[in-house]
Ligand binder design. Structure first.
Ligand SMILES: O=C(O)[C@@H](COP(=O)(O)O)O[C@H]1O[C@H](CO)[C@@H](O)[C@H](O)[C@H]1O
Length: 266
């Protein structure tokens, strides 16, 4: 069994970013040696800081799938490996700049000071600084009309970029998503398990709360939609053993993961 989890609004509370309500399920996963792959639109420095807090040593996926990081000693790697997907942030910012010149109205992380971003998100200034260290995506607040947004999306698409909605921001990025990173790691885990234990099913569970989690949820064997500000916009893949949490954020995460662990005999 492998878990892929979104962060904001899923493992972390939407407002105060705390994960502690998920403590019991996190402890049980660790005791059972089940990998927990953090898969978020957050940046590499943000996720590194959280992994340290959680004592998590598993691979992780940053910026909506812009890069996968396999740490040393995971999946047979001696050294850290970073695999990049899609466009670079320079390319994203270049296209956004050109759109702004044509009249698109938005405010992105690159336009905000650390203090402004902290005020906007409720992150403390150090954490807001880590959120600004991006490599392949640009979160933004749209300030134009719905009609202008549709035109903006079409213009990005002509440049092989797209917009994906997180809980707070729209993310301008290349043509990749959280599912690409999850599939990449799942295949690596399957190879490793085959070598260690022979052929056998590996159950992939994915937890998320927003439209930017849709593809990751669809690619999992068990999609778990955590209740949150945008979770009604997430479609449950009907052919699967899908779950919606009753409680929001880390409380819902805790309940669903404990139930699944029990159901699968852990
Ligand atoms: O768009 C958003 O609401 C969140 C979504 O993050 P998840 O993919 O849900 O972990 O991500 C952005 O905002 C966060 C602060 O609220 C930052 O920490 C992230 O770096 C940024 O991508």
């Amino acid at each position: 069994m492998i878990l892929f989890s979104d962060l904001d609004g899923t493992l972390l509370d939407h407002d105060d970013y705390r994960w502690q309500a998920a403590g019991p399920a996190l402890a049980k996963l660790k005791a059972a040696n089940i990998p927990l792959v953090l898969n978020s639109s957050k940046t590499m420095p943000e996720i590194r800081a959280l992994r340290e807090e959680l004592g998590n040593n598993d691979p992780f996926i940053v910026e909506n799938g812009a890069a996968v990081v396999v740490p040393p000693h995971a999946l047979g790697n001696a050294e850290e490996e970073v695999v990049n997907f899609g466009a670079t942030r320079e390319r994203v910012l270049e296209v956004l700049g050109a759109q702004r010149k044509k009249g698109a109205r938005f405010r992105g992380f690159a336009d905000m000071s650390t203090d402004e971003l902290a005020a906007q998100t409720g992150l403390d200034p150090a954490a807001a600084g880590r959120a600004k260290e991006r490599l392949g995506t640009e979160p933004l607040i749209w300030q134009g009309s719905e009609q202008e947004l549709a035109e903006f999306e079409a213009a990005l698409s002509a440049e092989d970029l797209r917009l994906v909605a997180g809980g707070r921001f729209l993310h301008a990025m290349g043509i990749f998503d959280k599912a690409d990173g999850a599939r990449f790691l799942l295949n690596k885990y399957k190879e490793q398990y085959r070598e260690q234990y022979g052929d056998g099913p590996v159950l992939a569970i994915a937890l998320g709360d927003s439209p930017n989690d849709q593809q990751m949820l669809e690619s999992a064997d068990i999609p778990v939609v955590i209740r949150g500000v945008k979770s009604e916009e997430v479609q449950l893949p009907s052919a699967k053993h899908a779950i919606r949490s009753l409680k929001p954020g880390p409380e819902g995460w805790n309940e669903c993961v404990l139930n699944l662990l029990f159901e699968y005999g852990y």
